[in-house]
Design a protein around this ligand. Structure first.
Ligand code: SF4
Ligand code: SF4
Length: 220
């Protein structure tokens, strides 16, 4: 899932200070699960912001802000608002801005990464969406996102005691890969060199698109 966290309250106040009616758009998917932009957080934020003055707030929580299928209820409320304060990830904020061309849409969250929930209030990065997954070769542990240098063929010289040289609280991805392959009795995979990659499937190729003709709806 996408992991995000709420912006500092003073930053949010600055974004909305020139508007009277503020529609807070929560989102029912990733940001609800990571406790940053769901219905509960949106209502708490509305209460907090209301303490300050004469602004009015409404909260609407579509299932997903990044999908037109779920925005009908939202459409009904946008006309009322002077500004939309979106508590979705950066995708949702941009989708809203594209859909409501005459309405300012401002972000209430900082979107950080694709990751997983490790413990209460603790998330870690797992995937950078490189577009050419190699998890089959690395025991299901991502060398792109989880190695600080995105090394593909073993650790750098800084790995020590199973930890990454950038931070002693961060596991070395290549130690994890080694341990995992050992437990699978697949250590021979470490002898397979992963060749230099074509990063055009990642961000280096510019903004990406996926078209699936098999699921597209033909016009006419
Ligand atoms: S190899 Fe690429 S697609 Fe696979 S988990 Fe890592 S970043 Fe994501
Ligand atoms: S110590 Fe390990 S995780 Fe850190 S940069 Fe080197 S190989 Fe990557």
């Amino acid at each position: 899932m996408i992991i995000a966290s709420q912006k500092p309250i003073d930053e949010i106040k600055e974004y909305i200070k020139d508007y009277k009616k503020i529609l807070i758009a929560a989102c029912g998917t990733c940001v609800t699960v990571c406790l940053a932009g769901g219905e509960k957080e949106a209502r708490e934020l509305a209460e907090l912001l209301s303490l300050d003055g004469d602004q009015e707030f409404r909260v609407v929580t579509p299932e997903r802000q990044c999908d037109s299928e779920f925005l009908a209820e939202f459409d009904e409320n946008v006309g009322w608002a002077d500004v939309v304060l979106s508590l979705a990830c950066g995708v949702g904020v941009q989708y809203m801005a594209e859909r409501y061309v005459k309405k300012p849409v401002v972000p209430g969250l900082n979107t950080s990464f694709m990751g997983t929930n490790r413990d209460a209030g603790y998330w870690t990065e797992m995937c950078q969406g490189c577009g050419n997954c190699v998890l089959e070769k690395t025991g299901g542990i991502c060398p792109v996102a989880r190695c600080s240098k995105s090394h593909f063929n073993g650790p750098c010289g800084g790995s020590a005691d199973g930890k990454c040289e950038i931070d002693p609280s961060t596991d070395c991805a290549w130690q994890l890969i080694y341990d995992r392959l050992k437990s699978l009795d697949q250590l021979e995979k470490l002898y397979e060199t992963i060749p230099p990659r074509d990063w055009s499937t990642s961000r280096d190729g510019g903004p990406r698109k996926i078209r699936r003709p098999d699921v597209a709806i033909e016009e006419g």
